[in-house]
Design a protein. Sequence first.
Length: 335
Amino acid sequence: MKRVKVGIVGFGSWGACHLEAYRAIPHVEVVAVCDADPARRVAASDRHVVPHVYENAGQLLDRHPDIELVSIVTYEKNHLESTMLALRARKAVIVEKPVAIDVEEAKAMQRAATESDAILVPGHLLRFDPKYGEIRAMLEDGGLGKPISMYLKRSRQSSLFQTYKRTHTVYELMIHDLDQAIWYAGSRVKEVYASGAFLNGGDSPEVLWAQLRFENSVLAVLHSNWMTPDAAGIAIHDYTEVIGERGIAHFDTHAAGIQWWGTRGRTTTDVSVHHHQGGRVVGALKEQLSYVSQCVLEGVRPGIVSFDDAVHGIEVAAAIVASASSGRPVIVQNR
């Protein structure tokens, strides 16, 4: 069996998840990883037994020209350089979300992919979660009819804000729902109005609301927050509702999660993103990486995900930041 050779750039906790997911896919071989942090390089080499570990993407690409697919899993502000190196080397690339926090960087990636005729995929893994995908299927087959409005909510534990406040909430948390809204609406956003609660006086809000109006008149309300108390034992609490001309589709991840009542309290375990179960790795991350690597293996362009949608998502995110700051609606400047 031919196997796609993969390199991973960035080996924090999510980079390690990429490694675990890739290793669960029969047609993939992870050849090398790199990270600027010496401790992470030691972890990759010793604990994860990666055969080749480097300090940066340049070294990884120079020493392994046979690598075909590169996962970019660095901090969001560092995505551009490694992505451009990989694309110029004509490698297929998957860039974790957000693909950038500057729309010009996202556009530069897209131009480089076009120039090198390389596959470039945004890491919007919810398109590979069956719950989210089922609503998309209902819209495609006409069961829901044309979309009219949607409400997408995303809530995370309070302690995580200390890590992720490094970047505005729209890029770290709401970006998933932005992609879902664009995917479901099948249109471009025309106008946004956003408001945030900046409880600690920083640049990133703990609570963020955004209303989107699409060119095809679809309305969307997005709500993201870092306010779930850690003691509640609920790591992920997301809600999706899509109203169409023929009905309403909705789900609540909290209700769908595994409720565990133990001696230390209650815990809701989410198994849909990346989870170990019975010696296997399951979840949307594995499904996404399996799909992308299969596309590379077969030499076809991915159809489930769209980097063009990802670029538009960054355009909309910038408008949300501006609106939440000014308190006024913002017209989205589409390309």
